[in-house]
Design a protein around this ligand. Sequence first.
Ligand SMILES: *[C@@H]1O[C@H](CO)[C@@H](O)[C@H](O)[C@H]1NC(C)=O
Ligand SMILES: *[C@@H]1O[C@H](CO)[C@@H](O)[C@H](O)[C@H]1NC(C)=O
Length: 231
Amino acid sequence: MRSLGFVVLLGLGYGFVSSVTPRHAWDKLILTHHWPQTFCGMEHCQSNLNYWTLHGLWPNSGIACNSSWNFNETEIEDLKTEMDKYWPDLKNPESTWFWKYEWHKHGTCAATSESLNSQHKYFSKALELYHKLDLDGMLKKSNIVPSEHYYSLDDIEKAIAGFTGATPKIQCAHSEKNQKLGQIEICFNRDFQLMDCEKSAEVLRYPAGVLTGFSVCDGKTPIYYPPLTEG
Ligand SMILES: *[C@@H]1O[C@H](CO)[C@@H](O)[C@H](O)[C@H]1NC(C)=O
Ligand SMILES: *[C@@H]1O[C@H](CO)[C@@H](O)[C@H](O)[C@H]1NC(C)=O
């Protein structure tokens, strides 16, 4: 009976989200970082970036909540230099497509919160959280650096949780050869306080939310953290 009730509730949840997205429907923000070398290995791009870049700031519920709210680059003109550096479109660095995509898909849903209800607020808050967090620094301080040395999922998780006090979600690109560290999500509540990420339940809420083929890293297999490749 219990599981049946759960399924029915889930079904209702979906209907709700896709028809009328209620205000305050989400209760968590996911700050997603990706590792350029792994991302580009999957997506066949070239990147000489040796730091974690932003993928997005995603409410845990709602996709493309307001299709009439167009991305407007002029509104974030003053953020452009930072966006280019820390939130680049790895596949097409000259383009603003990625920001437009993230705004449309996630930003318009985040915008139900007063602190994120403009494009400038949304993008600048993501940058602010990214800098405050300093994922790159956390990993380095824990001696987790891109190298030929492999790490355990536990090492990486503990290194991050040691700084944040919250469990991150760590995703890998899987191949027959190995699993490569690819994406790290850090979660916040609506007041931007750190909180635990869920490991798998989120997948249900992102039927089309995953841009690339990352999935949660396997805790039993060592993880490769690919260094910058020459040429
Ligand atoms: C959608 O965005 C437009 C343009 O910013 C705005 O006028 C409208 O109020 C928004 N609709 C909702 C439901 O938030
Ligand atoms: C984009 O934003 C700028 C600055 O806020 C504004 O002047 C302009 O009208 C906007 N463009 C569109 C197409 O909404």
